[in-house]
Design a protein around this ligand. Sequence first.
Ligand code: PLP
Length: 394
Amino acid sequence: MKVPLFSPLAQNEPLAEELQKAFQNVLKSGYFILGPEVAGMEREAAAHLGADHAVGVSSGTDALLIALMALGVGAGDEVIVPSFTFFATAGVVKRLGAKPVFADVCPACYQIQPADVQRLISDKTKAIIPVHLFGHTADVDGIRQVVDGRPISIVEDVAQSMGAVTGGRFAGTIGELGCFSFFPTKNLGGFGDGGLVTTQDAELAEKIRRLRNHGMHPKYYHSEVGGNFRIDALQAALLRIKLPHLDQYLSARRFNAQRYLSELSQHPAVESAGYACGHDCACELEKNDAAILLPMTRCGQEPTWNQFTIRVRNGKRNALREFLLEHDIGAEIYYPVPLHRQECFAAYMPSEPLSHTELLCEEVLSLPVYPELKSGQLAYVIETIQGWLDQTTA
Ligand SMILES: *Cc1c(COP(=O)(O)O)cnc(C)c1O
């Protein structure tokens, strides 16, 4: 049996007719950049997320870049980011001439921790980018508390977690700005690159609208420098077809993750931290001698499981990955190299070691969890992992 890590095809095929109709409408309208389809997508995405404003942009990376531009981040500023995340989160900081300050993450839920952020705040800190990693949520309220009234903005990186809920609110609506991606493997997968910025602040929203179009306002007058960060009308039209199905995609992801959690945890070599919050539980988990640790969900959140990421201990992660690939099961390492160890960030080496990040980069492995995964495929992945555990832990 073949189980790919992702399958955008299976998600889009049932919508083929509607998607083709949307394409025909854009084709006939002759309106290809911004315009009514983009305005419609922004309105519907804002309503779905409970955000006051949503601005469509060219990618998740550009969403982060334009968010920092709108806040005026530049030379001399520091922006705190987790080291355990996709490159874009820190790349945009450096591109604006500011300094990325790398924070460690929790070894059980993989998210940036308020206590780590607190130690890194300085007079130069202009913004913090909590990343809602793997479809789970980071503790944005906790980070707000440690910011404690200082003029520091919170930019949520929601690229992997559209639809995730924490404390009754959608991720991306808690900080000053929320940045989303429509890359095909994200929760709301588009048909090429696309992204979105959300905010409750009308002035920031207007600024982002200007910046995505070269800072132009009114036409051919530029009081500031922006760029071309526009989203295509066609992309927006196609996303509008998929947005009403987002909840259903997320329930399927949750169902699949729940099955991994309940069935894998039955093996004696697997430890499940279940629902827990904070560092104490993480430390309890570390003491355990299980071969595999299942991902932890923080209290009060509904994760979206963009990834189902386990920890394979005792230096056996690559061996399990090879074993799964030999059995036609897709499995990937997000992420093999901490950002603070990337060559391009050599100038920003943290003063204290980021030991959890280092450990995770050695141990994490992401398994197929996409919504269209068939029940038999899931069972096959679980059996294959159990079989490997029987061989290696006997
Ligand atoms: C995917 C991703 C991005 C970038 O999104 P693109 O649309 O690919 O530019 C940023 N941050 C994180 C955490 C991501 O996973």
